[in-house]
Write a new protein. Structure first.
Lengths: 206, 382
């Protein structure tokens, strides 16, 4: 069989634009699952860039959950920690048949009001569809291709998001950069996003 | 758009009057009537993913409730425990918890009999695990362990596995049944979610002991079961049950059946479509009800993102393609060959494990009688 070429719904207007619109459209009803295939190449700050754009484009909370090294139960618990926020789950590239089948069996535990966005590599997407038929059914056609640069924000949009962050935390850009250099920033993911938007992504995690 | 949400709660869908019944396909009345008339009977509802099993079971619960001669318990086992670690006793424990909750509700503010109270405690202990000191090994624990209150986890722990626990659960259920039932009433246990245990052998292993105990207690049982119980090498498992009801994929061709179209119309499809492409949506779904909902929702979202007020034909085509791609991904080369062969009119044998897997994953759909077809959203992409 030829290697299937799959044109997932390409998020042409920025990697998160369509996704955010679809989530908004679903309103208060259970928003379901989305699958986002990450680009083949290793893109620095991809997750935080994507999260920054999603946060800009939609109302409500967005939580990033790194499932790397976690068991299936831990991932379910992590996703279920809150019911209404959007969760961007990544780091499941090492999952094989056993893990995906176990998550598939427990699909009901992912039934929540807020959307779940799985960000997976191409190989992991393939395993998802091979071993998780119940999740696939729930997903419908909700597979999207993330462009390698999810952060196609205009300058105005970038400034808008920076202002949102400054208002939320009552801090200036300079204070955030200084805090990152000293390692005194709170552990909230928004600070990583803040640094990325300032072009200081290398300070994340210091 | 909630009317086309494939993940909408079934109670909501039923309450909103969005359910359409098709005479020979809808089985809930037959299921409910048999459960009502034959205490201790055991019935399975078999169907592929997204075929509408939960809706049928829920309708059966409503029907039984209206008759007033039974106390039906709807148990979605997947919400109660980790299905990948399900053991004998789990189904009894789940039913016991629901019966205990009913006893507590019915006797709110009144004294519960000592016998019923003991049974409630017993069921909870067996379901969630005991935390009494006797279950620990004191010499291995630090001295300050006494007085600790165990914290429950985010997920219920495994249900108990041993034969002894099954016997204890049965005794507790007998007591709770006496507390719940009015004279002349019977319990009906309806288990949803067991169809996720894809293989017939795994299904039988999980239910065998519990169903045997329920039969001895004259409790009627209805359970969702995987297609592999009826089709393929594990189909002898079906012989262990009184009736196996099959919920096949619905007829997708609008010229042969108006069922799917009526579903769409009941949900207000005409308000969403620019031109009448409802028939295209029906055909692309292959008769899988959840896929039909996904197709409409995705097309409507695509239209919105295109700045359109209504769904155009291109959005229907795009939505169908996207659904097909979700079936295409994860396919191996040999599976692709089987599918192309079937699409071209070749044979298909569910006794072959690889063929069965294609059926269980809905890449191949089963229609009555013994007719198999590649999912129509997938077929053009092969």
């Amino acid at each position: 069989m030829r290697e299937p070429r799959v044109d997932a719904g390409v998020l042409g207007r920025g990697a998160a634009w369509d996704l955010a619109c679809r989530i908004e459209l679903r309103g208060d009803e259970p928003a379901g699952l989305f699958l986002l295939r990450r680009p083949q190449e290793d893109v620095p700050d991809f997750v935080s860039d994507l999260a920054a754009e999603l946060r800009l484009r939609r109302r409500g909370e967005l939580r990033i959950f790194d499932g790397g090294g976690s068991t299936v139960t831990a991932v379910i618990c992590g996703i279920s920690e809150q019911a209404a926020d959007a969760v961007l789950v990544h780091g499941l590239e090492a999952w094989g048949e056993e893990e995906w089948r176990a998550l598939d069996l427990n699909r009901a535990k992912l039934d929540r009001r807020g959307p779940i966005i799985f960000l997976l590599s191409a190989d992991a997407v393939d395993r998802f569809f091979r071993y998780a038929p119940n999740l696939r059914s729930w997903l419908g056609g909700g597979l999207y291709e993330a462009a390698s640069d999810p952060g196609l924000l205009s300058d105005a949009e970038r400034q808008q998001r920076l202002q949102q962050l400054a208002d939320q935390y009552q801090m200036t850009d300079e204070q955030v950069v200084e805090g990152a250099k000293r390692g005194t920033l709170p552990p909230a993911p928004e600070f990583a996003e803040w640094l990325v938007l300032l072009g200081q992504g290398e300070l994340v995690g210091r | 758009m909630k009317r086309f949400n494939p993940a909408a709660p079934v109670e909501w869908t039923v309450d909103q009057g969005l359910i359409i019944e098709e005479g020979d396909r809808s089985v809930y009345e037959r299921i409910a009537a048999r459960a009502d008339l034959e205490p201790g009977s055991q019935q399975l509802l078999v169907g592929g993913i997204g075929s509408g099993k939960t809706t049928e079971l829920w309708l059966a619960v409503r029907w039984l409730g209206r008759q007033g001669k039974t106390v039906p318990f709807f148990i979605d086992i997947t919400e109660m425990t980790d299905l990948s670690q399900l053991n004998s006793g789990a189904l009894l424990a789940a039913l016991g918890l629901q019966m205990a909750a009913t006893v507590e509700t019915r006797t709110a503010g009144q004294a519960v009999s000592g016998e019923a109270l003991a049974a409630i405690r017993q069921v909870k202990a067996l379901a969630y695990g005991r935390h009494s000191l006797f279950d620990w090994v004191p010499e291995l624990l630090p001295s300050d362990v006494f007085g600790r209150i165990p914290r429950p986890g985010k997920l219920p722990p495994r249900f108990p596995p041993s034969d002894r626990d099954v016997k204890e659960l049965r005794a507790a259920l007998d007591t709770l049944a006496r507390a719940v039932l009015a004279p002349g009433e019977e319990v009906v246990a309806i288990f949803d979610g067991l169809d996720r245990l894809m293989t017939a052998e795994r299904f039988r292993t999980v239910v065998e002991q519990d169903f045997q105990a329920l039969r001895e207690m004259q409790i009627s049982v209805v359970a969702a079961a995987p297609l592999s119980v009826l089709i393929g090498p594990g189909r002898e498992v079906a012989d262990h049950f009184d009736v196996v009801h099959h919920l096949p994929a619905a007829v997708a061709d609008p010229k042969r059946s108006g069922f799917l179209r009526r579903i769409l119309e009941r949900r207000g499809i005409s308000d969403l479509l620019a031109v009448d492409s409802a028939d295209e949506l029906c055909r692309a779904s292959g008769g899988v009800l959840r896929d039909l909902m996904s197709l409409v929702r995705n097309a409507a979202e695509d239209a919105y993102l295109d700045g359109q007020d209504t769904i155009q034909e291109t959005h229907v085509a795009g939505s169908a393609k996207r659904l097909g791609q979700s079936y295409l991904l994860g396919l191996g080369p040999k599976q692709g060959t089987v599918l192309r062969n079937l699409r071209g009119g070749g044979s298909f044998s569910p006794d072959d494990p690889m063929h069965l897997e294609l059926l269980l994953s809905r890449r191949v759909l089963e229609y009555r009688p013994d007719r198999y077809e590649v999912h129509p959203a997938l077929a053009p992409l092969l």
